[in-house]
Design a protein around this ligand. Sequence first.
Ligand SMILES: *Cc1c(COP(=O)(O)O)cnc(C)c1O
Length: 401
Amino acid sequence: MTNQDLLAIAREFGSPVYVYDAQKMAGQYKRLQDAFKKVKQVKINYAVKALSNISVLKYLKSLGAGMDTVSIQEVRLALEAGTAPEDIIYTPNGVSLEEIETAVTLGVQINIDNLSILEQFGAKYPSVPVCIRINPHVMAGGNTNISVGHIDSKFGISIHQLPHINRIVENTGMRINGIHMHTGSDILDIDVFLYASEILFDTAKHFSELEFIDFGSGFKVPYKEGDIETNVEEMGKKLSKRFNEFCKEYGKELTLAFEPGKFLVSEAGKFLVQVNVVKQTTSTVFAQVDSGFNHLIRPMLYGSRHEIANISHTNGRERFYSVVGYICETDTFANNRRISEISEGDILAFSNAGAYCFSMASNYNSRYRPAEVLWYNDKAHLIRKRETFDDLIKNQVAVAL
Ligand SMILES: *Cc1c(COP(=O)(O)O)cnc(C)c1O
């Protein structure tokens, strides 16, 4: 996918537009597969919430991925993409028993993350196998917004409550077929992750009918050149060895599962915007683009850094810009960023726009959500139309006043 390809896409489908490179996703999928090739049964469940376009789900399914879902609607999307129910794991947090019951009727793997629901569910459906989400209280990554394994996290059942879990399982006669952890995004230190895995192995010994152990996700991807990323290959080597040892101890060949979102799709995505106005103030030069946190909120929400390139003029003199949006709210994408000289009308490309970008987009300021394009076999395929005014008003009810 060259800059010329991207410019052609912006011309054909308009801006702003999200573009996803299928080949990049396939490359990441293969990297993960290769890293764990020493384990007999590996299941990679794509975390649908990162990017939930049905064509993306279909593509990842075609590579062999299962789906990791956090809402009943995501379960439906995964089914719609043709995923078999048994290849879908449903890992909600804080949802009602009714929603979980709907997931049971759809035949997907249930993953429960609190004692209250575990007890109610076990009493009502003792024969439906359940995975339990454990919180090992290990801090992966540095940002508490995206670390969900630590002591104050709302996610998972605390490892210290294992006796209570065991009592519920005994009293209800329910079947636990998997255990799971998801310690949060951005694993920087593999040893911390392996330490959490040991806690999971220790927990696993308490359950005799396991079929799989799910290590969640948290693979960090690079956001700029020289950025640290999770060393998936080294992690694969170390965890595979431990996993195989554990299976021997356990006396059964278990499936090793992962649920990467960011790792599979982040780097595959580009977000293309057009510069409306170049505005010189006393302190900075603003490049104002036809977007805002309504389309890409990560820089404002998490302080995430997305590389920005002027793909209309790549070889201009580099100048410093503040790249901001057009909504009536402070919507700074980047401050003081060195970018090839920008003219009004230029197309800027944001990198790492595959994960948690479109899926977090909104209609704030009554703007349309962008179109999405999949770059596949050297061709651009429109996979979501830009919204229209009809989309904005279709669920609104104009009462007679
Ligand atoms: C969000 C989420 C993931 C994916 O996390 P990434 O950092 O995008 O890989 C995996 N599992 C669960 C339960 C999640 O909520």
